[in-house]
Design a protein around this ligand. Structure first.
Ligand SMILES: [Zn+2]
Length: 73
């Protein structure tokens, strides 16, 4: 990702410049007995109001350590 790329603040959906990627991990459904981690370099935005925040990802809720498939009910 190029520094300064326009991304969207996860708080209010306002366009913000990109900052840097941050590695995040989620736990996905196990495949048989094997754990299936999801490891992604997620871009962060530099929001003037909220500071540096990682953008929202479609496969997990914000701040969740699990993918949507493992959402606790
Ligand atoms: Zn913001």
């Amino acid at each position: 990702m190029v520094k300064g790329t326009a991304l969207v603040c996860p708080q209010y959906g306002r366009a913000c410049p990109g900052y840097d990627p941050r590695e995040r991990r989620w736990r996905h459904l196990d495949s048989y007995q094997f754990r299936t981690p999801v490891v992604v370099q997620v871009p962060r935005v530099q929001c003037l109001e909220h500071g540096c925040l990682t953008i929202n990802v479609p496969w997990a809720d914000q701040n969740s350590r699990y993918t949507c498939c493992l959402k606790p009910s």
